[in-house]
Design a protein around this ligand. Sequence first.
Ligand code: ZN
Length: 79
Amino acid sequence: MKPNTVLRHALWTIGPAPDRNPPALYTACKDCPEEGPVGTDRAASDMWALEHAGRTGHRRYRECVSVDLYARPADEELR
Ligand SMILES: [Zn+2]
């Protein structure tokens, strides 16, 4: 590091990416290893879980959602 190097503390923030794809999600059964298909339709994901519950009697599920995020300095305008 040279003596004239400037270091500054900067506040950063993170949130949904401005050019993000729709969130991808799927539902996983917590009583067995089965998982529903990955998609962007929450109703379809819920329907998979209801059909699985009707077929197996399993009642515990986990919804897994993937959202693209974007980190930037807090004072930078979103592009
Ligand atoms: Zn199950």
